[in-house]
Design a protein around this ligand. Structure first.
Ligand SMILES: [Zn+2]
Length: 270
């Protein structure tokens, strides 16, 4: 499942591929259920001749503002396995390509989506689509105070709260575990029991975990362009009970928190 680093990596890949400034000349939608609003036919018609002005991201939604008349925002959610590629139309598409959007001057934007959980919208405003989201880790609003406030009075395991998008936007299972590993916090600690210093450490660990992940993708994009990777291991703790903690060599422990596989070091994380 793509998490924030994968979606941001996709955004950066598309920028590097020159998608901003490109004009869409058509749309081949082969799985109409992906289109949530308007109808698949209306979306295909509405995209024709529109120029992509930018590629923005809010949470795990990619937002492509369009020039010209008609609904001004083409919004894409990658779902469970979705990938976006800009490739020459002459290049053989991935067999899981569900939708393609030919661009002026030759290339094509392709939406590869094996499990078909991706979603597309063409709307006037992102507010018609996007849920209300809490601050993202890199936003100024993500402070020690707001994080402490969201933990206040909550006895649920800290990991469970990190997965709630009302606490911090965009953290999924892997980066919740990585953040707790970097912060040295046990994933089952009741959130309200964390001291303000521990909350501050956790906030920084969340930022560090995502920064490191973005860095891994940025380096891989530079090295492997024009075929940038879409899924890499970008976390430092092993997700394997047969593997040792890189800090203390204790075997990693696996538990489930809210039915999600959770890996931690029983010695380093207290
Ligand atoms: Zn350890």
């Amino acid at each position: 499942m793509p998490e924030l680093p994968e979606v941001e990596n996709t955004r950066r890949n598309l920028v590097r591929a020159g998608l901003p400034g490109s004009t869409i000349t058509g749309a081949n939608i082969t799985w109409a259920n992906t289109v949530k609003k308007p109808s698949a036919a209306e979306l295909a018609e509405g995209l024709k001749g529109r120029t992509i002005q930018d590629i923005e991201r809010q949470g795990k939604y990619l937002i492509l503002p369009l020039s010209g008349s008609g609904p001004t925002n083409f919004i894409i959610h990658l779902g469970m396995t979705g990938r976006l590629q800009v490739q020459p139309q002459s290049q053989e598409p991935d067999p899981m390509t569900r939708h393609s959007f030919p661009l002026e001057d030759g290339p094509e934007l392709r939406f590869v989506d094996g499990r078909k959980f991706g979603k597309l919208w063409l709307v006037d405003s992102p507010t018609e689509v996007l849920p209300t989201m809490s601050p993202e880790p890199f936003e100024d609003e993500f402070t020690v105070e707001t994080l402490a406030e969201s933990f206040s009075g909550r006895k649920a395991p800290v990991k469970a709260l990190l997965l709630e998008q009302s606490t911090v936007c965009g953290l999924g299972n892997l980066y919740a575990d990585e953040s707790l590993f970097l912060a040295g916090l046990h994933p089952e600690r009741p959130a309200s029991d964390l001291s303000i210093d521990e909350v501050a450490t956790l906030r920084q660990a969340i930022i560090d975990a995502l920064s490191a992940a973005y860095g891994v993708y940025d380096r891989a994009r530079d090295q492997l362009w024009p075929d940038p990777p879409t899924a890499l291991t970008t976390w430092s703790h092993p997700r394997d009970i047969k593997a040792a903690c890189p800090n203390c060599e204790t075997s990693m422990t696996a538990i489930r928190v809210q039915a999600r596989g959770t890996y931690f070091c029983s010695k380093c994380q207290v």
